[in-house]
Design a protein around this ligand. Structure first.
Ligand code: NAD
Length: 283
């Protein structure tokens, strides 16, 4: 039986540590609370559920939060103007504009106007650039979550072959950078749609991280026995949420995430970590 990379339990431990750190800080002792502001454009059901969980996490940690709901018809100019106001609002320490945005809004332009100091998603080009330069930065939540989960379970990474499927901005691209960093030392291969056959590289990998959003993309037959497999990607088939990793992967893997609800809770824990760091750095 593989070791299950339990994101729920690991996230609970992280939340406890984050709360302890907050409670010990001069900021909280002086009666302040880190405050997250989320902006939800439109009424996508999944986005609403994601945002709601972020507010629940804030409440559980004693952090403040505020949700701003905007109609899907809002213009890009009006959205940017609102972000400008929130950037200057000293009561807002962390700011998230929930993605995806309606097609008429350029998500890149939106991310770029968020103050890098309040960019708790860690997706602003300045924060990504700082990370690349080895400088302190608010780091993207999902790649941080994956690394924290692998570390929690002592999955060997130094000198090991790690295949990341997907080169998206949210997961694959920043994760590759983090795993190849000097303090992790993994040997990273990034796979993507331009690779005709993933199988030889997956079979050769000690760790597979699937962040493509393709149902059952990684099956047992492409996993080396004893390898570690992390499912990140999510897609929907007939209204049902499906993982990038097939059920039979658990029969061969040495470590595996549950097909749902492992990287997600950890991602939210990393968001709370970023929020606390952002609040403490703004005081
Ligand atoms: P993205 O759409 O930007 O990138 C997807 C990447 O997967 C692309 O680089 C593409 O080349 C690659 N890809 C797609 N199909 C492929 C295939 N058949 N073979 C090889 N490569 C393929 O996605 P993203 O924003 O980086 O997110 C990746 C996935 O992770 C999505 O499914 C997203 O929903 C999920 N996600 C999960 C969490 C979580 O907390 N669990 C958080 C963020 C993103």
């Amino acid at each position: 039986m593989p070791v299950i990379l339990d994101g729920d339990a690991t996230a609970a431990a992280w939340r406890a540590r984050i709360k302890a750190r907050a409670d010990e800080s001069a900021f909280v002792r002086a009666g302040h609370r880190p405050c997250l502001v989320t902006v939800l454009v439109g009424d996508d059901e999944a986005s609403r559920a994601y945002v709601s969980r972020k507010h629940q996490d804030c409440e559980a940690l004693g952090f403040a939060s505020r949700q701003i709901d905007l109609p899907a018809s809002i213009s890009q100019a009006d959205l940017l103007a609102l972000i400008d106001i929130l950037n200057r609002d000293a009561a807002c320490h962390g700011l998230i504009v929930q993605l995806p945005l309606p097609a008429h809004i350029d998500a890149g332009a939106v991310i770029e106007v968020i103050s890098p100091d309040k960019d708790v998603d860690g997706l602003h080009p300045l924060n990504l650039g700082r990370m690349l330069a080895g400088q302190p930065a608010l780091r993207p939540c999902t790649p941080s979550a994956i690394l924290a989960l692998l570390r929690e379970y002592d999955v060997p990474l130094a000198g090991r072959r790690v295949a990341i499927i997907g080169r998206g901005l949210l997961v694959g691209r920043p994760l590759a950078m983090m795993l190849a960093d000097r303090d992790v030392d993994a040997v990273v291969t990034v796979l993507h749609r331009g690779v005709a056959d993933l199988t030889p590289m997956l079979r050769d990998s000690d760790v597979i991280i699937a962040a493509a959003g393709q149902p059952d993309l990684v099956r047992a037959e492409v996993v080396r026995p004893g390898a570690c497999v992390v499912g990140v990607g999510i897609s929907y088939v007939d209204g049902q949420m499906v993982s990038d990793i097939a059920e039979d992967v658990a029969q061969v893997a040495g470590w595996v995430t549950p097909r749902h609800g492992s990287v997600g809770p950890m991602t939210r824990a990393m968001l709370m970590r970023n929020l606390l760091n952002a609040a403490l750095s703004q005081t």
